[in-house]
Design a protein. Structure first.
Length: 292
């Protein structure tokens, strides 16, 4: 009979040391996923009488790159109408035109497939701030006390700000919860569109509402913290129509959008329209590959 060889006494110690070192490496990965100190910024808030962390160009999926960066997406819309399916295909190229201290400007050009022919639409230009909200002189911005939000069962400290825009017949209030430490930085967005009260109205009527929530982010996962992927879900209600949107994003992509699927349902829960958008190609011009 062969005598069983005993295990070396140092093996258990070696295993413990390996687990300990692995924990240190994973912890470093998480720290690397946080925003660097030089990218953070503070701004005094008169409402709160304190300096408040704000989002900078570094935290925005477009503004973190240089102008002339672009992305190209394909959108396929399928509509159910009287027992028939109508399918439309649109390709859109979005280019970062400019970035300033507080905002950025994007230019989009779409190509629509009409009867087998590609028709290019007029370019559209929009300017948004680093929270992806429209920039307008008529919008009032307020900062609110800090709070916490739960993302994927983890409690995240965050700041809150709101945007109020009043037009002749409507009033829109947008509330944004954000973190300067966890990408993709905007954690939750709520929008409520109401009518403007008149003498005959007793209370405001909600015309539409939407809630966008961050479902998951690799920044909170020790093993995937360097990959930079994240997911949002948006529920929008307008009258009897409910829209459910799930967007998958990635930090490496200009604009962030990798895949998005939108399901539009009637009051009975039947899907009447499905829209799927995929990223085809992108060009990220950053400081490392800047060309003169």
């Amino acid at each position: 009979m062969f005598r069983q060889r005993s295990k070396p006494f140092f093996l258990p110690l070696l295993r413990r040391a390996t687990v300990f070192l692995r924990g240190i490496v994973c912890g470093c990965c998480v720290l690397c996923s946080f925003q660097p100190v030089e990218a953070q910024s503070l701004r005094f808030s008169p409402e709160l009488e304190r300096d408040v962390p704000i989002l900078t160009a570094y935290t925005h999926p477009w503004a973190r790159y240089l102008p002339k960066s672009w992305s190209r997406t394909q959108t396929v819309t399928t509509t159910e109408r009287e027992g028939r399916r109508i399918r439309n295909v649109t390709e859109t190229k979005t280019t970062l035109e400019s970035v300033d201290q507080d905002s950025l400007t994007l230019v989009s050009v779409s190509t629509v497939d009409v009867g087998g022919r590609s028709v290019e639409t007029a370019s559209q230009r929009k300017t948004v701030d680093f929270y992806s909200e429209p920039v307008s002189e008529g919008i009032k911005i307020e900062q609110h006390p800090a709070t916490t939000l739960t993302v994927n069962r983890q409690l995240i400290p965050c700041e809150v700000r709101s945007y109020v825009e009043i037009k002749p017949t409507t009033k829109q209030r947008t509330t944004v919860w954000y973190s300067t430490q966890i990408y993709p930085y905007v954690l939750r967005v709520e929008r409520i569109l109401t009518n403007v009260l008149t003498e005959s109205d007793e209370e405001e009527k909600i015309l539409s509402s939407s809630t966008t929530e961050l479902l998951d982010t690799d920044a909170l996962n020790l093993r995937r913290s360097r990959q930079g992927n994240y997911r949002y879900r948006t529920i929008t209600k307008t009258g009897d129509i409910t829209t459910d949107t799930v967007m998958t994003g990635a930090r490496r992509i200009t604009g962030g959008l990798d895949h998005e699927i939108v399901r539009e349902m009637d009051q009975d829960g039947k899907v009447i329209r499905t829209t799927e958008t995929r990223m085809i190609n992108y060009y990220a011009l950053d400081w490392a590959n800047r060309r003169n």
